[in-house]
Each structure stands twice: as C-alpha cells, then as structure tokens.
Design a protein. Structure first.
Length: 230
C-alpha cells in the first residue's frame, strides 16, 4: 500500500486523506470473499460511483471539444473511451494492475490481466478519488491520463464488429445471425453479460461485457477471429 501511496503522489499529485477508501478501491471481490472473517470491503460500490463520474466528465469534455458533432457521434466516441478494454488499458498504463488485491483462485486464473477486473479497478479508483478529494481532482486526473489519448485521435474510429461479421458472412449469400444472452453475472449495478453469436443455428463464439451491446460486440469480434484464422 505504501508503494501505491507514493506512486499516486509522485505521478498524479493525489494524496488520499482516507486510506481505507484507497484500500477498498484496490480490493477485488475474490479477495474479500476469501477473507470474510476480516469483514473486508471490496470495490464494487466504488466502481458504480466511478462509472457515473467518468461518464459525466467525458461527456462534458466531448460536448465542449466537438461542438459540430451530432449526439450519435458523441455517444460513439464516449463508448469507445469508457469501454472495458480502454479502462483496462488505462489501469495498466497507470500501473494499477500491480496493486490490486485478488483471491488466490482469481490470481492463478490470470485475473491480474483480465480486462473486466482492470476496467472495474479504474472506475473504483475514480469513485474513491471522488469521495476523498472531490470531482475537480477526478477531472484533473482524467485530463492527465485519458484526455491526451482522446486529443490524439485514438477514439475517432469506432470498430463495429457486428457489422464487419455480417459483411464477412454474407459475401456468398444471406445467413441468419443472432446474439443470445446465456448468462448474467453479478449485482444489478455491476452486471456482466455473456453472449453467444449463432450463425444459421450454430454457435460460433462467445463474448462478455458490462452491457448487452458490448458483449455482442465482443462475441462478434471473437467470431471474426475464429472464422478468419484459416
């Protein structure tokens, strides 16, 4: 924890007043479940709060920075910026992946590299900063970490894997493509959807995401990777 405290101060100028908030932000449910007798808090509630402040700040930025873009385009850009994979990437670039507390099983199964866990961690950290420091400090942090990537144009192009999959499969004629939710995991505020893509009655691939749309995109991406491998 001391290394994390030093890193936050040195890299981002953030000094927590309530260190319990910081500790909670970096505690995954798997760790808390393995230490139930200690009554340890995990980061799901902070993740809920962080997601809300992230959406607000990014929305405000895009609204001001792109006055001529339509609502649909702004929504697509925001979706790309705050999508699971992007947030996981920011967790890694900030070095947060080194400090998250995981249960032994989650650690062994590669949880420290899992986009879902790292994306949730980033949001939980934002929630902790909001409670401890206020919205302006969250904004300053995001303007250090995320906004330069947006200004570099890294989120201008939205990859629609569902459309790409449809185009790929229908080169030789019509096919029936459907996306089916086969599992929902977690509480309502932090639900993970698992979706399978079915082509002419045959399951081709699966994907997961925080929304049905993102899970469908992940499934379509996985299907494309499978079908174009050979």
């Amino acid at each position: 924890m001391q290394l994390l405290i030093q890193k936050l101060k040195q890299d981002f100028g953030i000094v927590f007043k309530d260190l319990s908030l910081l500790e909670t932000a970096f505690t995954h449910t798997s760790y808390a479940n393995e230490h139930r007798l200690l009554n340890i808090s995990h980061n799901e509630r902070l993740e809920f709060l962080g997601d809300a402040v992230l959406q607000l700040i990014i929305s405000q930025y895009l609204f001001a920075a792109y006055p001529k873009k339509a609502e649909g385009d702004l929504s697509k850009m925001r979706s790309m910026i705050v999508r699971e994979e992007s947030l996981a990437g920011f967790s890694i670039s900030c070095g947060f992946d080194q400090f998250i507390k995981l249960g032994k099983g989650e650690e062994k199964s590669g949880g420290r590299q899992r986009a879902t866990i790292l994306g949730d961690l980033f949001e939980a950290f934002l929630g902790a900063v909001l409670l401890d420091q206020g919205v302006e400090v969250v904004k300053d942090f995001l303007y250090q970490v995320m906004i330069p990537e947006v200004e570099a144009g890294n989120y201008q192009r939205v990859t629609d894997y569902k459309t790409k999959l449809q185009e790929y499969l229908q080169i030789e004629g019509e096919v029936k493509i459907s996306y089916q939710v086969f599992r929902e995991i977690g509480p309502a505020h932090a639900k993970l959807f698992e979706v399978k893509v079915v082509v002419d009655g045959q399951e081709v691939a699966q994907g997961s995401g925080k929304s049905k749309k993102s899970a469908e995109q992940a499934a379509a991406k996985a299907a494309l990777e499978i079908l174009t491998r050979g």
